[in-house]
Design a protein around this ligand. Sequence first.
Ligand SMILES: NC(=O)c1ccc[n+]([C@@H]2O[C@H](COP(=O)([O-])OP(=O)(O)OC[C@H]3O[C@@H](n4cnc5c(N)ncnc54)[C@H](OP(=O)(O)O)[C@@H]3O)[C@@H](O)[C@H]2O)c1
Length: 296
Amino acid sequence: MERAPATTAQPTPVSVLGLGAMGRQLARCLLAAGHPTTVWNRTPAKADALVARGALRARTAADAVAASPLVIVCVLDHEAVRRVLEPIGPTLTGKALVNLTSDTPGNNRGLAAWAAEHDIAYLSGAMLMPPTQLGSPEGTILYSGAHRAHTAHAATLKALAGRAPYLGPDAGTATAHEVAVLSLYYAGLAGMVHAFALAGGEGVPPQDLVPHLGAILAQFPSVAASMAEDIGTGRYSKDADVLAIHTSGLGHIVKASQDRGISTDVPATVKGLVDRAIAAGYGDCEFASVVEGMRG
Ligand SMILES: NC(=O)c1ccc[n+]([C@@H]2O[C@H](COP(=O)([O-])OP(=O)(O)OC[C@H]3O[C@@H](n4cnc5c(N)ncnc54)[C@H](OP(=O)(O)O)[C@@H]3O)[C@@H](O)[C@H]2O)c1
């Protein structure tokens, strides 16, 4: 019996607009996965190394868009996205546009409305990783917006990050997750820097502190799970570590910082949030109840 020749789908041509640290790595991942990859950057020289690896250089953003059914934009911020895309909206008609630029949920909804006017399948993506993790199985990019774009280009998106979940049709949803996760990230970094400063003020070398920071960091997954339960239901646990205890502990951290002339910005801000919740009647509740003073 004659066997039908095996059909292998050709990798989709992709264009990448923006070749900063992330955009260059996105293009490298696409080239590594065999995608015909067209690149454009405001400063053209940043494309040189990619062209040497086989990327096609586009002279203008419009030329790049014309080359592929899937266009990825990854530039500095919202203003840069608008500057690049708005003049070339009609050239994107009928194409899938994946915006991996960090932004606010509201701005992404605005871009989705703009894209809808031009019949562009707009997908917003949130890259929860540094450039070094792009293309890895454990890398995560969250997507929301046009489902048809996520479905049609699922294999291509997997080349950028092994985890590429679709979170729903609202183009703001992926970014909502991103800003929330980054809020934890930056607050955590500020707390960590303050910890090193405070320990250093008392003569504790940074390396000596690291194992003990780990003991606290290890608690975060279980704290996140119980906090999500409390905030989700609006019923706050009263088992242990209630706000009245926290304000006392935070008072010690503020005083210890003052004693060594170290900024109290981080602990004083947290103490202010705790004290506000106590004043609102949550003194016998756990830390999650602080959210009551944060909502507008
Ligand atoms: N780096 C990370 O670890 C990381 C992680 C997650 C998410 N992100 C997000 O990914 C996005 C890109 O980050 P990145 O690290 O690649 O930034 P980057 O290295 O600073 O590159 C910025 C890019 O934006 C372009 N750009 C800036 N203003 C522009 C304008 N007005 N018109 C056209 N192009 C403009 C730059 O072009 P020129 O080369 O011409 O200046 C460059 O290609 C950002 O939204 C960032 O928040 C970054």
